[in-house]
Design a binder for this molecule. Structure first.
Ligand SMILES: [Mg+2]
Length: 225
């Protein structure tokens, strides 16, 4: 295999809403791609952070995750959680590392229009990053509207989208409708897993053929500057 001339692939896991399963999907990807994990902005530490949850689920060694750039206690929008701690998020501190040969999975906070400050939203940050996005959406009722609105917003800013990952009970029509109306692939459908553990995620990675699928997708990505 040729040595990669550029850093390992970096991809961004976004959601159509809060609590749609971004962290579970991030865990699926971090394990499957043998990637590092970074959640640059975390609010809601008082309810337990996503990084701790993911690290425990996957038994991830310390070299496989990066510390948050910002972590706040209150389970509210990051801009407000920051203000409660007399802080303000500085977008300059949210640049992902790019010298690493290991793939990097970046989990965003909430949905695309979530404010990081009163003048800077999550989607502004994505536009600055110009990294490929995976959009996580619910599988069931409501997902068509949320997913199409999110994809329209990403398209308007020319943010590259790899595809959708649907989370929840397998739906008989939504994947097809989303692919037809949005013109992006549904890359995976993650059903509810009980128990939810590293082994169950590895099983989904295998049976959905995600290894070859992501190898193909990530090989098509241009090297970042
Ligand atoms: Mg999360």
């Amino acid at each position: 295999m040729n040595e990669r001339p550029c850093p390992g692939p970096r991809l961004v896991v976004c959601g159509t809403d809060t609590d749609v399963g971004k962290t579970v999907v991030s865990a699926l990807l971090v394990q499957g791609l043998e990637a590092r994990y970074w959640k640059p902005v975390q609010s809601g530490l008082e309810q337990g952070g996503d990084r701790d949850w993911l690290v425990n689920l996957l038994h991830l060694p310390p070299e496989r995750w990066l510390p948050e750039a910002y972590a706040f206690q209150a389970p509210v929008s990051p801009h407000w959680a920051a203000e409660m701690e007399n802080q303000e998020i500085d977008p300059e501190r949210l640049s992902p590392p790019n010298q690493d040969q290991c793939p990097l999975v970046i989990e965003t906070a909430g949905g695309l229009h979530v404010p990081l400050t009163r003048t800077w939203r999550q989607i502004d940050q994505l536009e600055r990053w110009q990294l490929p996005v995976l959009l996580v959406a619910r599988s069931g009722l409501g997902t068509l509207n949320h997913s199409l609105l999110s994809l329209e917003a990403l398209n308007r800013r020319s943010i590259p989208v790899l595809g959708l990952i649907l989370n929840g009970p397998i739906h008989p029509d939504n994947p097809r409708t989303l692919e037809e109306l949005a013109g992006v692939p549904v890359l995976a459908q993650l059903p509810p897993l009980a128990p939810l553990n590293a082994q169950a995620l590895a099983e989904q990675w295998r049976i959905q053929g995600l290894g070859p699928k992501f190898e193909r997708i990530l090989n098509e990505q241009d090297c970042p500057q």
